[in-house]
Each structure stands twice: as structure tokens, then as C-alpha cells.
Design a protein around this ligand. Structure first.
Ligand code: ST9
Ligand code: ZN
Ligand code: ZN
Length: 332
């Protein structure tokens, strides 16, 4: 009933979770946008990136061969680096800066920016701008990793060629004023290269010296191997989670619910839900399930370092499932 609903909302707001119905940033799907006519301009390869990505993946393969001889603490440290860089992407540039699905205090934003530099996936400003383009113009040429161009292009190919002119043309009209106004975002952008050298390569490599690990093992295992794993886990959200899985919330869009991707990507595989409700801080209907990032944000709220989590209301969710879902949903 209505009273129950009101009480329920008031109750959840007291816990710092507010029912939300719409985005506060420029990340909502634009269903009025239609693809331009005519052939796609030829692809222009960027050899610097092709060579760098090949070398990284060769280095990561070599890192795998070093795993059996690595110190147990080095392996534990690799997991810690994976978690810090994953959170810098999921809780940081994705849920906080791209979608503003919750608010974070200065110390938390500094931690997330450091984790983001450890993940070396472009600076927060550029990543968020590309990501808002991805949501607003999904599966068109104005989407930087348009999944209509196939698995390889949406996975990594888009980073190896010049962008489609529509990405730049439409992207330049996006509102990114909130990012420009965030001192942590602009500081990280100004010092991006140095922060990546330190956070992605130097810190992961030298910390294992503390327990007598060889520098090479530090460089290839928590360094390159961990970096390549974080990249591919992220990229699978753009490739696999736009291809395989159910669509309980909106069957008319590409993004899917993919549990394997959620597992590897710290909770970011519930992608049909996420594209349907991009403002929801949990990017999933199911709380902490396969979603360490949601647990982390909840912990930060408990510690007073984050607040204002936005969550789609149960009523809106159920109505949407009824209206546009593929009827695979078990919610109710
Ligand atoms: C990487 C990114 O890996 C990964 C992102 C994945 C996103 C995933 C999303 C899924 C959801 C979340 C899941 C998280 C899961 C995490 C799990 C963790 C375990 N709007 O780019 P340029 C303009 S990076 C507006 O050079 P080119 C702008 O003026 C990996 N404007 O274009 C710009 O200048 P500026 C490491 C835009 O020349 C100018 O155009 N990094 C937009 O065509 C030029 O831009 C790399 O590999 C826009 N959207 O080059 C390097 N875009 O920036 C990759 C552009 O000054 N990048 N403009 O304002 C490059 O080398 C180049 O970007 C390029 C294109 C060659 C790809
Ligand atoms: Zn998103
Ligand atoms: Zn997506």
C-alpha cells in the first residue's frame, strides 16, 4: 500500500540509501538518437597501442610462468593490488565519477583515484567521458566500444584504432562540468603519467622486496600480470556482458546479466540492470551477491566516508521488469 511504501522509503533513507528514479548526470540512454546514414570511415590503426598491448600480454604470460616460484606473500600482494585497482575502477571511476550513484568524502576520493591510477585505464576524466558516451549512445558509432562491431572491437580493438568521428562529435556535447569541478579528478589528470608509473608499476614491483622477493617477480606478477587481468576483466563487461546472458530488465538493449563477468569484475556483470538503471549504486538487484564493490561502498558509508547511495525503488523495478523484461527475472 501507499503508506507502506512511504514508510519503506523513509526507512531506507535513514540508512543513507535514497530511492532514485533518474540520473543526475548526462549518462541516460538517448532513444531519440539515430545512426547517421552512409559507410563507416576506414579504420586507422594506432601501432603504438598495438605494440604496447601485445608486449603487455606477452609480459603477463611470462608472469604466469613465474607464479609457481613466487613467495606466498607476493601472491597475496598481487590479490591486494588487483582489489585496489578493481575498486579504483568500479567504486571509483565507474559508480562514483561516471554515474554519481553515491557521494564520497575527500579521503575516499583520493584512495579511489590512486586505485584508478594503479588500474591504468586512462584518467578519470577521459574514462568517465567515454563511459557517459557509451551509455547515452549505446550500440551506435558514437559509443566508443560499440558492441555491434563485434567481440574483439568492443573488448580491446577500440583502443587500437582512432575513434569514430561520431564519438568525438557527440561526446563533445556531453555535460562533464561535475568532473571539471572535482579537484581530485583534475589533479589526477594533470599528473596522470607520473601517477601511473608509480601506482601501476613501481609500487606493485618494489613492495615484495620487503620479504626478499626478486624485483623481476614483483614486476611481472603483481605488476604486469595483475594489470592485464584487471584490464581483461574490465573489457569483458564491454564485450561478453553485451553479448551473453539474460535481459530481465530490458530485452530491447544489448547489455546482459553475466555472472562470470560479475565474478571477475568485482560485481560489474549485472549489465542489463546497469544500463536500465545507470544511477543505481549497486549496479545490481542483488546487493552483495558476487558484488564486492557494493559491499565496499556500504562499508565506506558505515565508516562515514561515503553517503547518499541511490537505489532504484522496488516498485519502479518491478514495473520495468513487467514492461520491458525478457521474463527471465526471478524478482518479486
Ligand atoms: C582502458 C579503458 O582499458 C577501459 C575502459 C572500459 C570501460 C568499461 C565500462 C564497463 C562498465 C564498468 C566495468 C568496470 C569493471 C572493472 C573490473 C575490474 C577488475 N567525448 O582519445 P583520443 C575528443 S585504457 C568527447 O586521443 P583518437 C577530445 O577532444 C587502457 N570528446 O582519440 C580528445 O582530446 P582530449 C590503457 C572526446 O586520436 C580528442 O577527441 N590505455 C571523446 O581517435 C582526442 O581523443 C590505452 O590503451 C569523448 N568520448 O585516439 C590508450 N573521445 O582528451 C587508449 C575523444 O585532450 N587510448 N574526444 O580532450 C588511446 O590511445 C586513444 O584514445 C585512441 C583513440 C588511439 C584509442
Ligand atoms: Zn556504467
Ligand atoms: Zn555497457
Amino acid at each position: 500500500t501507499e503508506t507502506e511504501t512511504r514508510n519503506h522509503r523513509a526507512g531506507t533513507q535513514q540508512n543513507g540509501v535514497a530511492a532514485a528514479e533518474a540520473s543526475t548526470v548526462d549518462d541516460a540512454f538517448d532513444d531519440t538518437y539515430t545512426e547517421k546514414e552512409g559507410p563507416r570511415p576506414p579504420m586507422r590503426l594506432v601501432w603504438r597501442n598495438i605494440i604496447a598491448m601485445s608486449l603487455l600480454h606477452l609480459g603477463a604470460l611470462y608472469g604466469i610462468t613465474l607464479v609457481p616460484s613466487a613467495h606466498a606473500l607476493t601472491l597475496l600482494w598481487s590479490v591486494v593490488c588487483y582489489l585496489i585497482s578493481a575498486l579504483g575502477v568500479t567504486a571509483g571511476v565507474h559508480r562514483l565519477w561516471s554515474h554519481r550513484s553515491y557521494k564520497a568524502s575527500l579521503p575516499l576520493r583520493i584512495f579511489l583515484a590512486l586505485g584508478n591510477s594503479m588500474a591504468f585505464e586512462n584518467d578519470i576524466y577521459e574514462w568517465s567521458r567515454d563511459h557517459r558516451s557509451h551509455h547515452k549512445y549505446s550500440e551506435t558509432n558514437a559509443d566508443p566500444h560499440n558492441a555491434k562491431r563485434g567481440f574483439f572491437f568492443s573488448h580491446v580493438g577500440w583502443l587500437l584504432v582512432r575513434k569514430h568521428p561520431d564519438v568525438i562529435e557527440k561526446g563533445q556535447k556531453l555535460d562533464v562540468s561535475d568532473l571539471r569541478a572535482d579537484a581530485v579528478v583534475m589533479f589526477q589528470r594533470r599528473h596522470y603519467k607520473l601517477s601511473v608509473v608509480l601506482m601501476c608499476f613501481v609500487v606493485p614491483s618494489v613492495v615484495p622486496l620487503l620479504w626478499g622477493e626478486a624485483l623481476a617477480v614483483g614486476y611481472f606478477v603483481p605488476g604486469l600480470l595483475r594489470y592485464a587481468v584487471v584490464l581483461n576483466a574490465t573489457w569483458l563487461v564491454n564485450s561478453a556482458a553485451h553479448m551473453w546472458g539474460y535481459r530481465p530488465y530490458d530485452k530491447s538493449i544489448y547489455p546482459r546479466e553475466n555472472m562470470l563477468v560479475a565474478l571477475g569484475a568485482a560485481g560489474e556483470g549485472f549489465h542489463n540492470y546497469h544500463h536500465t538503471f545507470p544511477f543505481d549504486y549497486s549496479t545490481s538487484e542483488y546487493g552483495w551477491r558476487l558484488n564486492i564493490t557494493t559491499a565496499f561502498i556500504d562499508l565506506m558509508c558505515l565508516l562515514g566516508l561515503a553517503s547518499d547511495r541511490k537505489k532504484v525503488s522496488k516498485e519502479t523495478l518491478l514495473a520495468r521488469v513487467q514492461r520491458t523484461g525478457d521474463s527471465s527475472a526471478r524478482s518479486g
